[in-house]
Design a protein around this ligand. Structure first.
Ligand SMILES: Cc1ncc(COP(=O)(O)O)c(C=O)c1O
Length: 398
């Protein structure tokens, strides 16, 4: 009998999901109005201790709304990490703005030292705005990404943002449930520190609404404005009056019903992620050729995605490992192709990114969903450990 597939991550529906979705259907409130939307927003705002939340169709839509609200417009520069999912960068392009790409630190998150060096050496302050000296373009915002649930150094980035008058939009799409444990934001939720934070509830996220996202912020008027923009900027619903142009970005009541039920389960999911990560670390401790990467944010991380890193950068070996796992019905994936090397973005400025390049050649993500059983996890570890011996044979033969 062939072994069953161990997926990277699958949604976990064991709570009130069906009950709430049925309630939405029974009451016929399925579209972009209905009680679940407000309840989901309020519960998330309470959970993250922020003043306001706005539920939208996706994390990408949330990022776009933030960039628009905080004044990013055509020709402006937005500082972004190269190591992130492409959605972060696409949102910048939706505003006809230009990304400037930065390397990552030792924990895959945007390198604050490199951002600081760029702002200090290559930009100047001019009448309350920051101008890149060589191009004369205005630097408007930073979008730090809490990659795989690890945390950016928000102390450093917020200091820089204040000095250089930049909006900070935290891409917290992967870090829901994470809490900063160090520095002046210790105790605060990821996504709650920047001028706004954006969450995602895509199918592989720690909680899911099928597709969906949320903007969170302590700036209540900002969130109100973004909520207004997300509903086609409707000033008078009866007479179809619009004072601005907007988007069809509002979350539906059906999605919010699912989201509310999922949010009730979040603490349990965080605990499963913690336990599975600890078991992986223990089982893989003796691995000769690779290691499970630690989360720099330690216990504050939601440990969303687990990264297994080869000791040495070797794309050939990484791809052999992916094929080896695939052959054993274990889903794994390389990390994202770096954005500054992607065709649509090659024309934009990128700093040297040696760390991100090194991670790209070494790291794969391994099964990490909250449905993962101990037996499945042990099977993944068995395959990872066995690959060491088999690949040595391969290298000697080839
Ligand atoms: C880092 C990052 N940014 C942005 C997004 C976009 O979120 P969504 O898929 O909800 O649009 C995702 C997830 O998909 C992501 O992982």
């Amino acid at each position: 009998m062939s072994e069953s597939l161990i997926p990277l991550s699958t949604p976990n529906f064991r709570g009130n999901e069906k009950k709430y979705v049925n309630e939405a259907i029974d009451t016929e409130w399925v579209s972009t109005a209905g009680a679940f939307i407000g309840r989901f927003e309020q519960r998330m705002a309470d959970k993250l201790s922020v003043r306001q939340a706005c539920a939208c169709q996706s994390g990408t839509a949330g990022l776009h709304l933030c960039l628009r609200h905080f004044g990013v417009s055509a020709g402006d520069l937005v500082l972004v990490p190269t190591l992130t999912f492409i959605a972060t960068i696409n949102a910048v392009l939706y505003q006809s703005a230009e990304p400037v790409f930065f390397d990552c630190d030792e924990h895959l998150c945007m390198d604050p030292e490199q951002v600081g060096a760029y702002l200090e050496r290559e930009c100047r302050l001019e009448g309350g705005r920051t101008v890149e000296t060589a191009s004369g373009k205005t630097v408007k915002a930073i979008v730090p990404v809490h990659v795989f649930g690890d945390h950016c150094d928000m102390d450093r980035l917020m200091d820089l943002a204040e000095r250089f008058h930049l909006a900070v939009i935290e891409d917290a799409t992967e870090s829901l449930g994470g809490v900063f444990t160090r520095g002046r934001y210790a105790g605060r939720a990821t996504g709650s520190v920047g001028h706004a934070g954006v969450l995602s509830f895509n199918g592989n996220k720690i909680i899911t609404t099928g597709g969906g996202g949320m903007i969170v912020s302590n700036d209540a008027p900002a969130v109100e404005h973004m909520r207004y923009l997300s509903q086609q900027a409707k000033d008078d619903a009866d007479y179809f009056v619009h004072e601005e142009w907007g988007y069809n970005y509002r979350m539906t009541n059906l999605q919010a019903a699912l989201g509310l039920a999922q949010l009730e389960e979040l603490d349990g999911f965080l605990e499963i992620k913690r336990q599975n990560y600890a078991r992986y670390r223990e089982k893989l401790a003796g691995c000769s050729y690779g290691e499970l990467l630690p989360f720099g944010s330690g216990d504050g991380s939601n440990r969303w995605f687990y990264s297994f890193a080869l000791r040495d950068p070797d794309p050939g070996k990484r791809d052999r490992l992916l094929r080896y796992l695939g052959g054993r019905h274990i889903q794994a994936r390389p990390i994202w192709k770096l954005n500054h090397t992607q065709t649509p973005f090659r024309q934009y400025r990128a700093m040297d990114c040696p760390r991100a390049l090194r991670f790209y050649d070494r790291v794969i993500n391994i099964p990490c969903g909250t449905n993962l059983t101990a037996e499945q996890l042990d099977r993944v570890c068995g395959a990872l450990l066995a690959f060491g011996g088999e690949d040595r044979g391969y290298s000697q033969r080839s």
